[in-house]
Ligand binder design. Structure first.
Ligand code: ADP
Length: 588
């Protein structure tokens, strides 16, 4: 995949690129394709021949080459480029590249005929949550992004767009610029290389006031696991011109069923785009003490709900400032154990931000006089915290990370956030992402809980408390060396402990790594796991052969259930003991 160009000031591109050359040489390992359980090897190759003939020889690739982790802009579609276990564990047998919805239907029907598990990806950059890896070893990855990458519509009057899975934030941004739509903004997450559609499906977020990507979507086209195509909302009405402006259509609102699920392959998705508000101003405040978090969160809640704070509140722990320099941990400290707070503070004394523990990055929108009203309120409230400081952006150099946040907050895709992954050699990351009420006491409770694990771990955590609107997401990123089995095992173990402890206190994850889905799904257990029972009922009805992304979000089809595929608590393997042959009545 080629690097999609975007026009940044040259020094920023150079700074980013030299910091994120994560590429690791493929290992000299001889490999065979991993055949998924439930199909004989010879029959699998017959099946591969058949689908190659049907959608084109060069549109199907057997995964028998050495695994190459690539780098962020060229992520692998065969496995997780940031593996948290042995990278051979969650690998595909083959990759198929459909070029149209019609091709996707063919692939799904083929998978039903041969009972081959499929794993759809848009661009496969779901780093920290499993990347492009399938949950079932040997599943066939359906890489939608490579050929289905059209921007089907941008409507500057309604402020909407309609995209295919392979449209990245970079591509959408550039197209809006190219067409000269100065009145339109897109919304981007911390990293801009991912799929607009894929990110929304996994409940990703961004940092303009349109930051809740799923909430701003409007209309889906979905290929069901049995091959039918459905359009949701107004898309079900032939001849409509309202698909991207009214999400509900008529009848039950089914869209939610297709996010974080394995009930369909989404081939088109509409979004509302934010109108340019006529100006913006980003700001940064620092807070000195760890315990200031409590008061800060109490101040943020009413301001955020009232939209005085207009974009997602972003409260970061200051250790990330060191990591965002792109320098490795060893450049600051060569010892073991958690990074010493003392060294962090010493470094910050030499930094324009000064000594602090928490940083608040935010942005106000609108014309200057409108912004001033809001900025004055924010300043008054934030300065109630003793030793709070407003950092003057004019004194920050153009390469400072503040300007990355500034770009992201107006929907310009960026890559700078990747640089903290270089904290360890062969850096990779995995995330713990619990949701809590926006209360100071809850934020402190999560902070203390995670800090305890951090102290035990010997790896570092980067903390980001994000207030979407009413809820607080804590994102804890644990960075590890993906070539070090001990570090990987420790990181996974820490995630497991945190999920358990959080659930015991009433906090649940909004998103998680593939290998943790069963555990997280198991924590949503109210009324004897009534929600999972419903999920399974839907799965068995919509996907009777259980071919689509088995295990995604902890939802296993009947053929896999009770055979040891689910991982909860002590983990042995991600593979179960075979699959049950479907009865004749469930065969398509
Ligand atoms: P991104 O590249 O934006 O991070 P991914 O392609 O990695 O997005 O997708 C994120 C998650 O959503 C993956 O778990 C993947 O299985 C699922 N997914 C992605 N695209 C689709 C799709 N078009 N239909 C159904 N599920 C999808």
């Amino acid at each position: 995949m080629a690097f999609q160009r975007i026009s940044y000031p040259k020094p920023i591109v150079q700074k980013v690129l030299c910091k994120i050359l994560l590429r690791k040489k493929p290992r000299a390992r001889k490999r065979l394709p991993v055949i998924p359980q439930g199909i004989e090897q010879t029959r699998f190759f017959v099946a591969i021949d058949e689908i190659s003939t049907e959608i084109g020889d060069n549109k199907v690739e057997i995964n028998d080459k050495q695994l190459d982790d690539g780098w962020y802009m060229e992520p692998p579609n065969t496995h997780d480029g940031m593996a948290i276990t042995d990278e051979e564990e969650l690998v595909s047998s083959a990759v198929i590249y459909p070029g149209s919805t019609d091709d996707v239907q063919k692939v799904v029907r083929w998978a039903n005929k041969y009972l081959i598990p499929l794993h759809p990806i848009s661009m496969g950059r779901n780093f920290g949550y499993g990347g492009a890896a399938p949950r079932v070893r040997g599943a066939v990855v359906v890489d939608l992004g490579k050929r289905m990458n059209k921007i089907l519509d941008i409507n500057p009057d309604d402020c909407t767009c309609l995209v295919e899975p392979g449209v990245s934030y970079f591509a959408l941004y550039e197209e809006v610029q190219k067409r000269g739509y100065k009145n339109l903004w897109i919304d981007v997450p911390d990293l801009g290389g991912g799929s607009v559609l894929g990110n929304a499906l996994d409940h990703g977020v961004g940092y303009t006031p349109y930051g809740d990507h799923w909430a701003t979507h409007c209309g889906l086209e979905v290929v069901m696991p049995t091959g039918e195509i459905v359009r949701t909302g107004m898309g079900a009405l032939p001849g409509n011109n309202t698909w991207q402006v009214f999400p509900y259509g008529f009848g039950p609102f089914l869209d939610g069923m297709f996010s974080q699920s394995n009930y369909g392959i989404v081939t088109k998705m509409g979004f509302g785009l934010m109108p340019n508000p006529g100006g913006h101003e980003s700001f940064l405040y620092t807070f000195k003490n760890e315990e200031d978090l409590e008061q800060l969160v109490e101040i943020v809640r009413p301001l955020r709900i009232a939209m005085i704070l207009e974009n997602a509140a972003n409260i970061r722990h200051a250790l990330q400032v060191l990591a965002l320099s792109g320098k490795p941990r060893s450049a600051f400290y060569d010892g073991n154990g958690p990074f010493p707070t003392k060294i962090m503070h010493e470094f910050l004394q030499t930094h324009p931000y000064g000594e602090c523990t928490w940083l608040y990055y935010g942005t106000c929108y609108g014309p200057k006089e409108v912004r001033k009203l809001k900025l004055d309120i924010i300043h008054r409230e934030f300065m109630k915290i003793p030793r709070a400081r407003r950092i003057d952006p004019e004194k920050l150099p153009p390469t400072d990370y503040f300007w990355t946040r500034d770009r992201i907050s107006i929907g310009k895709p960026d890559l700078e956030d990747l640089s903290w992954v270089n904290w360890w050699p062969n850096g990779a990351h995995v995330a713990f992402s619990p949701v809590a009420p926006t209360r100071g006491a809850d934020a402190l409770s999560l902070w203390h809980m995670a800090k305890e694990q951090w102290a035990k771990l010997g790896l570092d955590f980067f903390f980001d408390f994000v207030v979407g609107l009413r809820e607080l997401h804590l994102i804890v990123e644990c960075v590890y060396d993906r070539d070090d089995p001990k570090q990987r095992a420790n990181a996974l173990e820490a995630m497991r402990s945190l999920i358990k402890e959080a659930a015991d206190k009433g906090y649940g994850e909004y998103r998680t790594h593939l290998l943790l889905c069963d555990q997280v799904a198991g924590t949503y257990s109210w009324n004897d796991h009534a929600l999972m029972k419903l999920n399974e009922k839907l799965k068995d009805c919509l996907d009777p052969n259980g071919i689509l992304a088995p295990g995604r979000s902890g939802i296993w089809p009947a053929r896999y259930r009770g055979r040891g595929w689910e991982i909860d608590g002590d983990r042995k393997s991600s593979e179960g003991d075979g699959v049950t042959p479907p009865s004749a009545s469930t065969k398509l």
